[in-house]
Structure formats: structure tokens, C-alpha cells
Design a binder for this molecule. Structure first.
Ligand code: DQA
Length: 144
């Protein structure tokens, strides 16, 4: 099984960006952890980050037929991007929406997710562990 982890804008700054909200772990550290856990579970992953909406759309489109599950932290695009929502709907690869922070407990602009309705489910509020829980969800819940 092949799982695609996609990360949206500003997540390349994890570790230094508002650590009181997002923690001190870098995206590279999270990737290393996810990779280690995936290897133990016998699955392969791709782990990518982009600050560009169109690049994320292209990666989602290209996932069809190559990845069993997408784990997506769309970051700020969660709250704005009809293009990401349409890409997820179009490819029909089960997609797990994740967030480090609990978006529902933060400012009102973060309460609405434009992608939630087309995702398989949402994991939010567990810091870096949201990534590891998403891997577990992908492993245990993968539809046949
Ligand atoms: C985030 C939450 C978003 O609201 C925010 O724009 C991010 C990160 C999270 O992981 O908690 O950049 O997706």
C-alpha cells in the first residue's frame, strides 16, 4: 500500500511558526516519524509540502491509481479552496483531512473546512500525533 501525505502553505515553517499552537517539531521530524512507522507497518509513503494551491491540486490529481489513501493537511487552503475540494472529489482516492491544531476551537475563520464534506474523515487537534493517527486510520480503515 502506498500513502500520500500532502502538506499545504506555511507548514514548511513548523518548529519555528507559532510553536504555542503548532509545537516545536519540524515537518522533517514528522516525516521521519511517519516514515519509520510506515516502514514497520510494511507500507510506503510519499511526503510532500507546497505553498502553492495549484501544485497541491496537481498532486491530488496524479494520486489516482498510485496511492490507496491521501492524508492532507491543507493548512489555510482548508478554509478557502474550492479547487482542492473539487480535486479530492474528482480523484476518488479516500482522503483523510488532518490538522495539528483543533480548528474548531480556534478563530471563527478556521471553523469551516471546505474539504471536510468530501474527505473520508477528519483528525484535528492532536499536534504532530494527528499525522501518526492518520497513518493508523489509513492502515486500519482502508476500504477494499
Ligand atoms: C492547520 C490549521 C489551519 O487553520 C492553518 O491555516 C494551518 C495549519 C493545522 O494543522 O492546525 O496552517 O492546518
Amino acid at each position: 500500500m502506498n500513502i500520500l501525505f500532502l502538506n499545504g502553505p506555511n507548514l514548511n515553517l513548523l518548529g519555528q511558526r507559532q510553536p504555542e499552537i503548532y509545537g516545536r517539531t519540524t515537518l522533517g521530524d514528522i516525516e521521519a516519524q511517519v516514515r519509520e512507522q510506515a516502514t514497520k507497518a510494511g507500507v510506503t509513503i510519499d511526503f510532500r509540502q507546497s505553498n502553492h494551491e495549484g501544485e497541491l491540486v496537481t498532486w491530488i490529481q496524479q494520486a489516482r491509481g498510485k496511492f490507496a489513501v491521501i492524508v492532507l493537511n491543507a493548512a489555510a487552503y482548508t478554509h478557502t479552496s474550492v479547487a482542492l475540494r473539487d480535486a479530492i472529489s474528482a480523484v476518488e482516492v479516500p482522503t483523510i483531512e488532518i490538522h495539528l491544531s483543533n480548528i474548531h476551537a480556534r478563530e471563527e475563520i478556521r471553523h469551516r473546512s471546505l474539504i471536510a464534506a468530501v474527505c473520508w474523515g477528519q483528525i484535528a487537534g492532536f499536534g504532530e500525533k494527528s499525522y501518526y493517527l492518520a497513518l493508523q486510520a489509513a492502515l486500519q480503515l482502508k476500504p477494499s
